[in-house]
Design a protein around this ligand. Structure first.
Ligand code: NAP
Length: 299
């Protein structure tokens, strides 16, 4: 049971976490914090938080759990702002989509990584943002990755694990660097490709005609290009190394496809499409099995 929870950044993820913990009866008071009074008041009106502050020091005072749910680019400034007021026994965690940069931000802001910091990342979300899009069921049957460090306090780690389990999520631990590599490949690359595809088509002079005839496949493939541009700019900037590595590999593979098409090399194309289809079918089967065991497919 969390006595006083402070959510910094009451948007889709922060709002959904507060709603889920309230629904589970796992939290006493919820204090919201951020920079926009109107959005925070909206969160209070929706019953997501009990009260709010734009002064982050005031917001974290007396909290036993502080969850930072702002875009990656704002993490260090938030850590710096709360450092003077955070009590020694308050557990600190975040939900950022990359983890190496959050650890670096904490080190820069606090001088060292606090033992009470347990970096985390819920593998759940939608292409919507803001508190109005938040809902209590978002994390049900989803995975949450925690990336504790050698200096992380066991009690803090257990508290954050229990918090996410109360939302209905399955919690797994992972090394920071491995997290950033895995997410670069499975989430960041597909989002970048979706944004780049839509942008490229939208720049074509006859794009209205093109979009008019775009079919279901286009819609499926590009749904995630409706995601928040600021969040995705930050992910690209703050998980840069891992993303560059996966992009370079992808560029080489795309060049192979281009060459096969140019050279009318049907054999290579068939082999590539068969290989991709088999991998996709196997992944689908794995997701179905996980769903049968109560873990939903990832975003
Ligand atoms: P969101 O709905 O846009 O919410 C972000 C919140 O952060 C808003 O309340 C915003 O307040 C606040 N904020 C933005 N910049 C700030 C700053 N400089 N100082 C203080 N508050 C600030 O975004 P989200 O989807 O919840 O994402 C939040 C975090 O979760 C990000 O780090 C993202 O990488 C991570 N994440 C997202 C997803 C996803 O699918 N969406 C999944 C997993 C993890 P305002 O009202 O003032 O704008």
């Amino acid at each position: 049971m969390i006595r006083r929870l402070c959510i910094i950044g009451v948007g889709l993820i922060g709002g959904s976490l507060a709603r889920a913990l309230r629904r589970a009866g796992a939290v006493g008071e919820v204090v919201g914090a951020g920079r926009n009074p109107q959005h925070l008041q909206q969160a209070q009106d929706l019953g997501v938080i009990d009260r709010w502050h734009t002064d982050l020091e005031a917001a974290v005072a007396g909290a036993d759990m502080v969850v930072v749910c702002v875009p990656l680019g704002a993490m260090e400034a938030v850590f710096r702002a709360i450092a003077p007021a955070l009590s020694d026994d308050a557990v600190l965690t975040d939900v950022g989509s990359a983890k190496g940069c959050v650890v670096a931000a904490a080190r820069a802001a606090f001088g060292e990584v606090p033992p009470t910091l347990v970096p985390g990342h819920p593998i759940a979300g939608t292409e919507k943002s803001g508190v109005a899009a938040s809902f209590a069921e978002l994390f049900e049957g989803r995975r949450v990755i925690l990336t504790p460090l050698p200096e992380t306090d066991d009690h803090a780690h257990a508290q954050v694990r229990a918090m996410w389990e109360a939302t209905g999520a399955e919690v797994v631990d992972m090394d920071v660097a491995l997290h950033d590599e895995v997410l670069a490949a499975t989430s960041h690359l597909p989002h970048i490709l979706a944004f780049a595809t839509v942008d490229s088509l939208a720049r074509m002079h006859d794009h209205e005609e093109i979009f008019r005839y775009a079919a279901g496949g286009f819609r499926d493939f590009t749904r995630i290009a409706g995601s928040d541009p600021v969040m995705w700019r930050d992910i690209c900037l703050y998980n840069r190394e891992a993303i560059l590595e996966v992009l370079q590999r992808f560029e080489a593979d795309l060049a192979r496809v281009t060459r096969a098409i140019r050279e009318a090399d049907g054999e290579t194309l068939l082999e590539l499409f068969r290989h991709a289809k088999a991998a996709r079918d196997a992944h689908e089967a794995m997701l179905r099995e996980a769903e049968n065991n109560g873990v939903r497919g990832e975003e």
